[in-house]
Write a protein that binds this ligand. Structure first.
Ligand code: SF4
Length: 341
């Protein structure tokens, strides 16, 4: 019997009208998360990852116009759901871990009060029961002296502890899906590794679906089951972790991979690769490949119309006209592109 995905997103589009134009930061994104699966959404800042997450959470800014063929949580369609329904779901069945816990946590309330509020919003629990559950969760995420933390304010905790509190809060109502938006960007490398390990362990223990949003392909190695690479509001490549990291097919993914050091291969003092140029402002309909301005392999066929996502085998897909077996590329083109930029 086919398993129902925890999250199913089809044809998600977000438009933002401005006085002089309309931005299209998310264009026809499809995303599926199965129970117990970790899906990493990867791309540079400005590629549409966070807006995709906010659209899934029903948290887009008021001026944004989301349109989707389907957004469903375990089979329940949320396309056009009321604000009341979204409020019932958020914090209960779907939870989000934000990038900067200092701004996501309320600085005026003690940690214990913020945790109790979430629980009492969604469950009929007494103050004592809420405290017990909060203590249990703070202990689970490895916070020392949890009773003491409950009476502290966010500014009294370190960045790593605040992020652990955010994770504990996300777990309070045993959600089916957690969206973690750059959960480790504000942390130093050792705390980053601890938080990622914690998220992975919790995800394996509880079987929840996890959408991990990050700009860092290195972060997702060993963590993600599947990787979705976004650029210019579109999905450029999607596949298993092994497929995307082992044999990146889209030139954008290739560029991202070139920009991270490889243990044992990158020599001391060696210049890392980079993708020339910046992410362009997303206006107007697509009439050609969205990566054409920065792609070292661009040629005439790339400008003949919008490029469709196509199958490269075993569920590995890419939005590019190049051969799906990875042939037909001259890696030295990256050097020429970098020199020209
Ligand atoms: Fe580059 Fe062309 Fe592929 Fe776009 S379609 S990524 S421009 S080779």
């Amino acid at each position: 019997m086919a398993t129902t995905p925890i999250l199913e997103v089809r044809g998600l589009k977000v438009d933002i009208p401005l006085p002089d134009t309309v931005l299209h930061p998310v264009r026809h994104v499809d995303l599926t998360v199965m129970p117990g699966e970790t899906v990493a959404v990867v791309g540079e800042s400005g590629c549409g990852k966070s807006l995709t997450a906010l659209a899934i959470m029903g948290l887009l800014p008021r001026n944004a116009r989301p349109v989707s063929e389907r957004i469903a949580l375990k089979g329940e369609s949320l396309t056009g759901a009321s604000r009341r329904r979204w409020r019932q779901l958020r914090g209960d069945r779907i939870a989000m871990i934000f990038q900067d816990p200092m701004t996501a946590l309320d600085p005026c309330y003690r940690i214990g009060d913020q945790m109790r509020e979430i629980l009492q919003q969604h469950r009929r629990v007494s103050k004592a029961e809420a405290r017990e559950r909060s203590l249990e969760l703070l202990g689970k995420v490895g916070i020392p002296a949890p009773a003491e933390r409950l009476s502290q304010f966010p500014h009294q905790l370190s960045g790593g502890l605040r992020q652990r509190v955010m994770i504990a809060m996300a777990l309070l109502c045993e959600p089916e899906l957690i969206i973690a938006d750059e959960p480790t960007t504000a942390l130093d490398v050792t705390i980053q590794a601890q938080i990622l390990r914690l998220l992975r362990n919790i995800q394996r223990e509880t079987g929840i679906g996890l959408v991990l949003i990050t700009h860092d392909l290195g972060v997702v190695a060993g963590m993600a089951d599947r990787i979705v690479v976004m650029y210019g509001g579109e999905v450029m490549e999607v596949g298993s972790c092994d497929q995307v990291l082992g044999k990146p097919l889209h030139p954008y993914t290739e560029g991202l991979m070139r920009s991270i050091p490889v243990p044992g291969e990158t020599r001391r003092g060696e210049t890392l690769g980079f993708i020339p140029g910046v992410v362009p402002r997303q206006t107007g309909e697509r009439t050609r490949c969205g990566f054409i301005e920065r792609c070292p392999y661009a040629h005439d066929d790339c400008a003949k119309g919008p490029i469709a996502l196509r199958e490269a085998g075993d569920g590995h897909q890419m939005r590019c006209v190049l051969p799906t077996d990875g042939s037909g590329r001259d890696p030295s083109a990256w050097l020429r592109g970098a020199e020209a930029s």
